[in-house]
Design a protein around this ligand. Sequence first.
Ligand SMILES: N[C@@H](CCC(=O)N[C@@H](CS)C(=O)NCC(=O)O)C(=O)O
Length: 225
Amino acid sequence: MLRLHGFSSSNYYNVPKLALLEKGVSFEEVVSYTGVGPKYRPEYLDKSPLGKVPALETDEGFISESRAILEYIERAHPEHPLLPESAFAVGKVQELSQFIELYFELVARRVIPNLLSGTQPEPTVLNEVKTGLTKASAALAKLSDFKHFAYGDKFTLADIAAILNLPVVRNVGKQFLGKDPLSDVPGLDAYCARMEERPHVKTIRADATADRPLFMAHLKELYGI
Ligand SMILES: N[C@@H](CCC(=O)N[C@@H](CS)C(=O)NCC(=O)O)C(=O)O
């Protein structure tokens, strides 16, 4: 049985979790929060070398990095594929997924510590975040019209990337930029509303809500925030 290590309020943890749920692959969840080091679960570094969440435990060993975990899941469990058939379409799904991670998630992530601790980001950082997110939001429409799914006519890894990472951008926008930078992307609001109706997405959201106070208590204990 696969064992997924991490916590349900982590967007990165939820990437393989949603993939496993959508594909109907059985797995167990093993709660492990961030901040691994001398004071907290040093042994987790053997599962994920930088102590990052998620890590997937397989019969053959551990895999860290959500992208690598998705690759493993897709190859080990080809049923209910989350990638299209044609090589070109696979490339487009991966292009969109990577675009969302690099130019939205990793940019917005710079001010997540401020979101969590209720502090104001440094003005220079905030300015860079604003510039990056505004540029990426304008470019997103070139990769998807969000009419049905993020790419093509089936649910894919690009939908998983969009559903799990774009809400972080919206939160950062509303909290620190005075505007959700994604609000002007054609079709995106209706697409997101449709995706939230998917049963497994509802599970992901409910689990994240339930985990949030536990994660915050963990942060308080470890860092005093
Ligand atoms: N590139 C990694 C990023 C994972 C990541 O940053 N996870 C966060 C939780 S959402 C984490 O573990 N942060 C703790 C840290 O960076 O030390 C992946 O795709 O799995």
